[in-house]
Write a protein that binds this ligand. Structure first.
Ligand SMILES: [Zn+2]
Length: 375
């Protein structure tokens, strides 16, 4: 399992801040790591917890050898608690986070970096909103009141506190305000403005930026043994979201899918065949909003590669079938149309994020490309 600071490259500023808090004995009892999905904040929360629980820590990381570290690596440390949103269901015995613990640990092991949708689909429905409810707060209160197993610190990592409902939050206020000695709450949020103000005001927060592409690429190579060129290309499409990058990789058909969609789409746009374009758009829209957003990022990357190719610069991070398509396609992308094409695709992405209808949007984009590709 990758749980230590050294297992994860990137976010060095945040790592330094966390280690400084530890070294100077100023670790707050309620810490918030706030950043966009896939920025690595859940990893950082784990690494920081390993350090807090280690029996023999060095100034830069947990020792990786003591009984505490050994248990931590398997996520079986009795003083490490997790809390996260779940799909509530009385009949399926899913009322508190621990009811979903085996699934959660499986997902964490498989994906290393979890995202909201990854987690929801692991629970069986990627479109159903999860909740941290009042039963979970009761469970936290009773867990935290237990004595520490090693007589040392206790840590609770709460992932996505923005999904805690008001009833649950009210029950926890006092505990977060005055936790028992050596008890640490680490909140990991993708969306701080949505955390209830009563909770948010009690947290000391650290803001974390998106992860750099090179860090994502290294992570994919080290943890998933992906070839450097594919890792680079996945990193580019994933927009600084490590969870997205891993999902793209594990769902291996996706990049092949993007390539064949892109080739067909460009042919249709160049031939200006409106009837076939409408058919293509209708089929394409069925792949779902997140995949369409991926596809747009993929297209942007392909256009960029064309420009590189036109200046005889190396086309990098693409596989063989992409390279042979790009060689033929690159003359159609040039300095007369590239900036308009880029704006068109970026606007499409923007509207998709704001729930535009994919069919109408993509047909409109296609018709605009009819003209642009002939410039
Ligand atoms: Zn240790």
């Amino acid at each position: 399992m990758s749980v230590y600071f050294s297992d994860f490259s990137g976010q060095d500023d945040t790592k330094t801040q966390l280690k400084d808090l530890f070294k100077s004995n100023r670790v707050p009892h309620a810490l918030l790591l706030n950043g966009p999905e896939g920025c690595g904040h859940l990893q950082l929360a784990l690494s920081f917890s390993a350090l807090l629980l280690c029996q023999n820590p060095t100034p830069i990381d947990a020792c990786k050898n003591c009984p505490s570290c050994k248990m931590f690596e398997k996520y079986q440390h009795p003083d490490l608690h997790f809390s996260y949103p779940i799909h509530l269901s009385k009949t399926e015995h899913s009322e508190i986070s621990d009811d979903q613990r085996p699934s959660f640990l499986e997902a964490l092991e498989k994906y290393k970096c979890l995202g909201k949708k990854t987690w929801y689909s692991k629970m069986g429905n990627e479109n159903k909103q999860g909740v941290i409810g009042v039963k979970e707060s009761q469970s936290i209160l009773s867990k935290i009141s237990l004595k520490s197993f090693f007589g040392n610190a206790k840590v609770l990592i709460m992932w996505m506190p923005e999904l805690m409902n008001a009833q649950a939050a009210n029950k926890l206020l006092k505990l977060i305000e005055e936790p028992p000695e050596k008890t640490y709450f680490i909140f990991v949020s993708n969306d701080q403005p949505k955390i209830l103000p009563t909770i948010n005001s009690r947290l000391q927060s650290i803001n974390i930026p998106s992860l750099k592409g090179e860090n994502i690429s290294v992570f994919l190579q080290e943890k998933f043994q992906i070839e450097p060129s594919s890792a680079k290309s996945i990193a580019k499409i994933s927009n600084g979201n490590l969870n997205r990058a891993i999902t793209i990789h594990l769902d291996a058909g996706v990049s092949e899918l993007n390539r064949s969609l892109f080739v067909n789409w460009m042919r249709l746009c160049y031939s200006r065949n409106i009837a076939d374009t409408i058919d293509w758009v209708n089929e394409f829209s069925k792949i779902g909003r997140e995949q369409i957003k991926d596809f747009i990022n993929y297209s942007l990357e392909m256009y960029r590669q064309c420009i590189l190719g036109n200046y005889n610069l190396v086309i990098e991070g693409v596989n063989e079938s992409e390279r042979s398509f790009l060689e033929k396609f690159k003359p159609f992308i040039n300095h007369q149309n590239i900036s308009e094409i880029n704006s068109l695709m970026n606007e499409a992405y923007y509207h998709l994020e704001r729930n535009a209808n994919p069919k109408i949007l993509m047909l409109d984009v296609s018709i605009k490309l009819y003209k642009l590709l002939r410039k």
